[in-house]
Write a protein that binds this ligand. Structure first.
Ligand code: V47
Length: 383
């Protein structure tokens, strides 16, 4: 595994007296001292941080950790999403994108010509990443995925392809009779650069059974990423929060990821994904509040002492909340995200894309320094 790209050395962030007082009021002074001393937080600490109502104090503490790591630097990239098929065998109750059979009215599977048409349409755009995730489509041959990668790379050799969640990798292994290592090696040799963090949802068995009983289990999800890291590929990790899980299950999820990161060091960023309730079977559940979203970002920053970045995915969080989260532990806003479908089918009201100038403006107005990065967090340009 290549070492993570070097970060610029940064002056440490400082906790204000006001924040210290509210942490004391919340009974979190001991925990804050341990954070400031650089100590690792425990499961119980994580639960306390989720339970407290002192959001501003938790946010301030997370901000200190963020500033110690990154100062004001805030990352984004220019990326394009391609969801090549929404036909899916899995039955995740939170999903608004799939649960379709080929031939159903809203089902689609792109031909390679359509995929290339999309990539070609970006010919004059400075896009550095193609992010592709798909349904688990039983009607496609293995060659579809390899041809997809070869064709995109032939059209745009400079594009980094971040694609296929651990759920898809597991599905490919079962369906085409391969090991995780074989699947990943063949995809990598065809042009895959890294894995996105999707499909993790919530690892705890109780919640996972309810949310997505028929896709890869937690150990399988973690094993796919362990294998990718062993092969020298980097990946991201996510948590779907704000549906039916408890605070304990959120902390358990984060700590399982932290444990794997201790072992491999291959995760680049953690992305808490806000649950959306439209067009799926959880429509009666309220979505998490803005306060819960900010607290989840902050607690994630505090618990993940070994993952460099915390990302706010603006299409699901909302542009303004994503901007605000830059003071709650977040240091990355994903990217321009052209043509996202998964969240927009679940009711996200965010725009279909942000321009580079809009992202730069959002970051600057939050008092931070925008840095355009590539998928592997190498600086493309300081904006
Ligand atoms: O795995 C689907 C989530 C994920 C809903 O790695 C939902 O850089 C909330 O993983 N409400 C896919 N969440 C998206 C994803 C991702 C996004 C951005 C960046 C990266 C990265 C990865 O979306 C799924 C699932 O957890 N999801 N439906 C919903 N209704």
């Amino acid at each position: 595994m290549q070492p993570a790209p070097a970060q610029r050395p940064i002056e440490g962030g400082v906790l204000s007296t006001v924040a210290r007082r509210s942490l004391q009021r919340a009974g979190l002074a001991d925990l804050a001292e341990r954070v400031l001393a650089g100590e690792r937080l425990s499961f119980d600490d994580g639960v306390r941080l989720f339970r407290t109502r002192e959001l501003a104090a938790v946010g301030a503490l997370a901000n200190v950790v963020r500033e110690r790591r990154h100062g004001d630097l805030t990352w984004f990239n220019r990326n394009l999403h391609v969801n090549a098929t929404n036909v899916c065998e899995a039955d995740c109750i939170f999903c608004s994108f799939s649960r379709l059979k080929t031939g159903d009215a809203a089902a689609y599977t792109m031909t390679l010509d359509e995929v290339i048409g999309r990539v070609r349409a970006q010919r004059d755009q400075f896009v550095t990443e193609l992010h592709t995730v798909n349904g688990l489509n039983p009607d496609l041959p293995w060659s579809y995925y390899l041809d997809f990668l070869h064709a995109v790379k032939a059209e745009r050799p400079d594009l980094h392809i971040k694609g296929y969640t651990a759920v898809e990798i597991h599905y490919f292994a079962e369906k085409y009779g391969k090991t995780y290592e074989q699947v990943l090696t063949e995809l990598r040799d065809a042009g895959l650069g890294s894995l996105p963090g999707g499909g993790a949802e919530i690892f705890a068995t109780r919640a996972r059974r309810k949310l997505c009983s028929d896709k890869v289990d937690s150990d399988g999800w973690l094993e796919v990423h362990r294998t990718a890291h062993r092969l020298g590929m980097r990946s991201n990790c996510t948590m779907l929060f704000g549906s039916i899980e408890t605070f304990e299950e959120r902390v358990d999820h984060i700590l399982r990821l932290r444990e794997l990161q201790d072992e491999t060091g291959g995760f680049q960023t953690f992305i808490p994904l806000k649950f959306h309730n439209e067009n799926n079977r959880l429509r009666k559940l309220p979505e998490p509040t803005d306060a819960d979203c900010l607290q989840t970002m902050a607690v994630s920053r505090l618990l993940f002492d070994n993952v460099a970045h915390i990302k706010a995915y603006w299409p699901m969080l909302g542009v303004q909340l994503a901007q605000l989260s830059l003071s709650y532990g977040v240091d990355d806003l994903d990217g321009t995200v052209k043509e996202e479908r998964i969240y927009h089918m679940a009711g996200a009201r965010t725009p279909q894309e942000l321009t580079r100038g809009e992202l730069v403006g959002l970051i600057r107005r939050a008092g931070r320094i925008p840095v355009e990065r590539d998928t592997l967090y190498r600086t493309v340009a300081e904006a």
